[in-house]
Design a protein around this ligand. Structure first.
Ligand code: GLV
Ligand code: GLV
Length: 326
């Protein structure tokens, strides 16, 4: 039976599916598989099921002569050297689709939480500061009727925009070249990034991390934004220049940031963002619902089962691997 290594304990449905036809080894630590263990396991594996916290680089691929599939338990795959995998004929899979709505729900929740300062408000209660109903403390911003800028109008960006229609928001977006019909349905306007930054009350990031999007929001971008703007990042930390963000929040170039992702992850405890009241940070929870994580496991397993049979993965990042063979 083919040997499959799974770098973290994922929900059981996907693992059970793999176990029907593979020898499955699962790292069951609370922290990622250590690099040396991962290298040893990859050396013996026909497929690996990886997390976004595992670095799958050329050194690892070189150490894995039998490897046919790298199946990432995520929609993003910036942790994987995809070009290197393609060169070696290794298929790379991801788990799009099933996490779209969970992630958009989470982005919307982060937006509402930042607008109404829920993180600060919770600390206020826990610290015993709630002495009476207060007419002017912890005032936030209106979401209903405000302008939302969606940076990256793919599956998750579109789902975020769909939610915003229920809040009567004006919706601006960038990217999503094939999204015209959805945009028309939602009443979303395609604009240049600069226009989006200048006109939005809320800016939500939904682009993958690539060389093109690394540091997309930097010093100049924050200067263009409204002083009342709220940034929501559920995409990847690296899309934002962290130092520029700290300055923007400290100097009031923008009002607030709600971060589900940071650069690096986890955020070091001495990072200045952790000292700012106007920054809400949670630990990369976009897809974190029971149902979604279960479905991601099934897709990650199905990607492996297909790849081990030499079939195109249902969700393949580098399908050219299969075209080359035919
Ligand atoms: C989460 O960040 C993912 O890419 O699935
Ligand atoms: C708030 O609770 C109100 O009654 O206005």
């Amino acid at each position: 039976m083919p040997r499959v290594y799974v770098t973290r304990k994922i929900p059981p449905t996907g693992l059970d599916l793999l176990r029907q036809s593979c020898d499955v080894y699962v790292w069951d630590g609370e922290l990622p598989t250590p690099r040396d263990v991962l290298l040893e396991e990859a050396a013996q594996a026909d497929a690996i099921l990886t997390m976004l916290s595992d670095r799958i680089d050329s050194a690892l691929l070189d150490a894995a002569p039998n490897l046919k599939v790298v199946s990432n338990y995520a929609v993003g795959f910036d942790n994987i050297d995809v070009a290197g995998a393609t060169e070696r004929g290794i298929a790379v899979g991801n788990t799009p689709g099933v996490l779209t709505d969970a992630t958009a729900d989470h982005a919307f929740a982060m937006m509402l939480a930042a607008a109404r300062r829920l993180g600060e408000a919770e600390r206020y209660v826990h610290q015993g500061e709630w002495k009476t109903w207060h007419p002017t403390k912890l005032l936030g911003q209106d979401v209903f009727g405000a302008t939302l800028g969606v940076v990256g109008f793919g599956r998750i960006g579109q789902a975020m925009a769909r939610r915003a229609t229920g809040f009567n928001m004006r919706i601006l977006y960038t990217g999503g070249s094939s999204a015209g019909a959805v945009a028309a349905e939602l009443g979303a306007e395609a604009v240049e990034l600069e226009t989006l930054l200048r006109e939005s009350d809320f800016i939500s990031l939904h682009v993958p991390l690539t060389p093109d999007t690394k540091g997309l929001l930097g010093v100049d971008a924050f200067k263009m934004m409204k002083e009342t703007a709220i940034l929501v990042n559920t995409a990847r930390g690296g899309v934002v220049d962290s130092a520029a963000l700290v300055t923007a929040l400290q100097e009031g170039q923008i009002a607030y940031a709600a971060l589900d992702v940071t650069d690096p992850e986890p955020i070091p405890m001495d990072n200045p963002l952790l000292t700012l009241d106007n920054c809400l940070i949670v630990p990369h929870l976009g897809s974190a619902t029971t149902t979604t994580r279960d479905r991601m496991g099934v897709i990650a397993a199905e990607n492996i089962l297909a790849g081990l049979k030499g079939e195109t993965l249902p969700f393949c990042v580098n399908p050219e691997v299969f075209e080359d063979e035919s």
